[in-house]
Design a protein around this ligand. Structure first.
Ligand code: 5GP
Ligand code: MN
Length: 334
C-alpha cells in the first residue's frame, strides 16, 4: 500500500484502533497518544489499546485515561478491534509481541499500518513505516504526520506525547540520537513543548520505595563479571514482595550498570510471577540483540533488547553466564 492510498482512506472519518506492545514504555504510550491526538483532529473515532497496563509516570499525558487494556477486558477490546477500519501497530515489529491481541489483529481484514523502529519487522501490515535507525517510534509518528501532508495539525498536545517517547527511548538524548532527531526536537519545542517541565514530570516522580529499591539492586543484587565486561542485576520473587514492586518500578535500573567504565554489557534479570524477564543493554558496537534473540526468545535493538525464559531466576542467570564466553573476544575488543 502506498502513502497516497492511505491518505485517501484517511480523508473520511474512520474507526481506528491504535495498538502497542505489552508492558508499554514511554515510547509506546507517547507514540500512540501522539498519533491519537493527530487522528482525532482529522475527525476520526480513535481508541488506543495496549495488551497490559502502562506505568504511572506517563499517566499525566493528555487522554491517557481513555486507553483500554486488553488484559482487563479482552472481549470488549476484541469487539473494538473487529469493528476497526484501520488498526495501527506502533513500536512493535511482530504480532506475537502483543500476545492474544496479535491473534485478533491477524484475523481482521481491515487496513493495518505498522510504524516501528525495531530490527527485522514482520511483513504483516498493508502499510509499513519502519526505520531502525530512528530513536523512537515517536520520532517516526512526527515523520508520518509530515508524510500525510498534515504538518499544520501538529500542536503542543501531540508534541508533548511525542517528546515523551523520544525522551524515554533515548534516555534523555543519550542513545540513538541524530541531527535529524534534534531538528525534530527543535520543531517540537517550537510547538510549545518545554523540555525541562516534561523531564521533571517524567523522571522526578519517584516514590521513596523506588530509590530504596535502586539502592538494594546496586548494593545487594549486582554482580560484575570483569572478564566479560558484563554487569548483572537480579530481582527475586522475594524482592518483588518486599519492595511491593509494581509496573514501571524497575524502569531504568539496568542503565546504571552502563555507568561503570569497565562494563559494556548489562543484564537485568527479574523473576516475575509467570516468567523470568531479561533486559539487556550495551555500549557502542557490542550488540545485545543477537543474545536476546538466540537465547531468550526476544529481540529489540543493538543496544537495548529484551527477552524471557520460563526456567527460574538462577537458571536464567546461568544461561547468560554460559553464553558470555562466546562473546568474550568481542566484549574485550578496545
Ligand atoms: P526492555 O528491556 O526495556 O523490556 O526492552 C528493551 C527492548 O527490547 C525494547 O525495544 C523491546 O521492544 C525489546 N524487547 C523486550 N522484550 C522483548 C521480547 O520478549 N521480545 C522481543 N522481540 N523484543 C523484546
Ligand atoms: Mn520504542
Amino acid at each position: 500500500m502506498q502513502i497516497e492510498a492511505l491518505k485517501d482512506l484517511l480523508a473520511q472519518p474512520k474507526y481506528i484502533v491504535i495498538t502497542s506492545h505489552r508492558n508499554p514504555d514511554g515510547d509506546a504510550i507517547g507514540s500512540s497518544l501522539g498519533l491519537y491526538h493527530y487522528l482525532k483532529k482529522g475527525g476520526h473515532h480513535v481508541q488506543v489499546m495496549f495488551p497490559s497496563e502502562f506505568p504511572d509516570f506517563v499517566a499525566f499525558l493528555p487522554d491517557a485515561e481513555t486507553i483500554k487494556i486488553h488484559d482487563d477486558d479482552p472481549d470488549g477490546c476484541n469487539l473494538l478491534l473487529e469493528a476497526a477500519d484501520i488498526i495501527f501497530c506502533l513500536d512493535y515489529n511482530a504480532l506475537h509481541r502483543v500476545d492474544t491481541m496479535g491473534e485478533v489483529i491477524a484475523a481482521q481484514d481491515c487496513t493495518k499500518v505498522l510504524i516501528d523502529h525495531h530490527l527485522e519487522p514482520e511483513a504483516f501490515a498493508d502499510f509499513t513505516l519502519s526505520e531502525t535507525t530512528a530513536s523512537s517510534t515517536s520520532e517516526l509518528i512526527y515523520d508520518f504526520v509530515k508524510l500525510m501532508g498534515d504538518e499544520d495539525k501538529l500542536d503542543a498536545t501531540i508534541g508533548e506525547c511525542l517528546f515523551t517517547g523520544i525522551l524515554t527511548d533515548t534516555g534523555s538524548f543519550k542513545y540513538s540520537t541524530s541531527a535529524k532527531l534534534f531538528r525534530t526536537v527543535a520543531e517540537l519545542t517550537d510547538l510549545g513543548v518545554d523540555n525541562y517541565t516534561l523531564q521533571d514530570k517524567i523522571f522526578n516522580s519517584l516514590e521513596e520505595k523506588n530509590l530504596r529499591l535502586l539502592g538494594h539492586c546496586l548494593y545487594n543484587r549486582m554482580e560484575i563479571l570483569d572478564d566479560y565486561k558484563t554487569g548483572i542485576i537480579t530481582l527475586s520473587k522475594k524482592d518483588y514482595e518486599y519492595f511491593d514492586i509494581q509496573r514501571g518500578d524497575t524502569e531504568g535500573i539496568v542503565n546504571y550498570l552502563l555507568k561503570l567504565k569497565n562494563v559494556k554489557c548489562a543484564a537485568f534479570i527479574k523473576q516475575q510471577p509467570n516468567v523470568v524477564k531479561i533486559s539487556l543493554r550495551s555500549k557502542g558496537d557490542f550488540s545485545v540483540q543477537e543474545i536476546a534473540q538466540k537465547y531468550f526468545k526476544g529481540g529489540g535493538h543493538r543496544n537495548a533488547s529484551g527477552g524471557h525464559t520460563f526456567k527460574g531466576l538462577r537458571k536464567t542467570v546461568e544461561i547468560l553466564k554460559e553464553v558470555l564466553p562466546e562473546y568474550k573476544e568481542e566484549l574485550n575488543k578496545e
